[in-house]
Design a protein around this ligand. Structure first.
Ligand SMILES: C=C(OP(=O)(O)O)C(=O)O
Ligand SMILES: O=S([O-])[O-]
Length: 255
């Protein structure tokens, strides 16, 4: 922090288990990655190369090396995993992870149907190789499931070896835990939180109102994902109660 300011919520030092900011890189150039690291690296815990963008991104190894040298872990979007699975290429996917020196991988079923036991099998298998982040929720807005089902799926995936589970929202923040309008399915989130430890979940929250909602519900150190690179610094100020959206909320807490 650049100057002393009293009563600012505490943020744990990186690497941390709570208060994670997961950023979505959907095609930054090497130079943009360098600039991003300069300005936002200190506030970024992990970077996802969105969906299967890593398949068509030039200079992929150099890009991964830039993040690595800044101490920021990376992983490929779950859609890439699904693209390999639907083609029966799971072992090819494992080789790709090795070849690119990946330390994390996402297992999701947002675009395809995978029997849940099978999905959990992929999680356990990959957990022998990398740290697994699993994702619950469909990218199809018509596929809505009840809170008890979200809880059951999340519990099974954590048991299978997932380090964190992501609650799906896409880049737009308009499916999964949100309604089409982007409004949070509040009852769903409340119910999930009665059963799943909050630090185990990464909530995809690409829109500012969604970030604010989760920070007010859970606190500064909620795990948030699908944050756009240019929104990392603004998000950090919202976490700290230093933007209008959470200013009063934190004043009330420190009184
Ligand atoms: C974020 C997306 O996908 P993934 O989770 O695979 O990166 C998306 O399709 O908007
Ligand atoms: O579960 S809710 O509030 O849509």
């Amino acid at each position: 922090m650049n100057y002393p300011l009293l009563n600012v919520p505490e943020r744990p030092a990186k690497p941390r288990q709570k208060g994670l900011t997961m950023v979505m890189d959907k095609g930054l150039s090497l130079r943009q990655v360098e600039d991003f690291i300069d300005v936002a690296g200190v506030h970024t815990d992990i970077v996802k190369l969105g969906w299967a963008t890593s398949h068509v991104t030039p200079n992929l190894k150099e890009k991964l090396a830039l993040y690595k040298s800044a101490g920021i872990p990376t992983y490929f979007g779950g859609t890439l995993f699904e693209a390999f699975i639907i083609r029966n290429q799971f072992s090819d996917y494992q080789r790709v992870l090795d070849e690119y020196g990946m330390e994390y991988a996402e297992v999701s079923d947002g675009s395809i149907d995978i029997e849940h036991d099978k999905k959990c099998g992929f999680i356990s298998e990959l957990a022998k190789q990398v740290t697994v982040i699993s994702e619950v929720g469909s990218k199809d807005a018509a596929k809505i499931f009840a809170p008890y089902k979200w809880i059951k799926l999340m519990q099974a995936e954590i048991e299978a070896g997932a380090w964190k589970v992501i609650a799906e929202a896409r880049e737009g923040g308009n499916v999964g835990i949100y309604r089409g309008s982007g409004e949070v399915r509040e009852g769903l989130v409340d119910e999930i939180l009665t059963q799943i430890p909050e630090e185990t979940i990464i909530w995809e929250a690409p829109q500012k109102e969604q970030q604010v909602w989760f920070i007010k519900l859970i606190g500064s150190n909620v795990n948030l994902g699908n944050i756009a690179p240019a929104e990392v610094i603004p998000l950090e100020t919202i976490r700290l109660g230093l933007r209008g959206d959470t200013f009063d909320y934190f004043l009330n807490q420190v009184k």
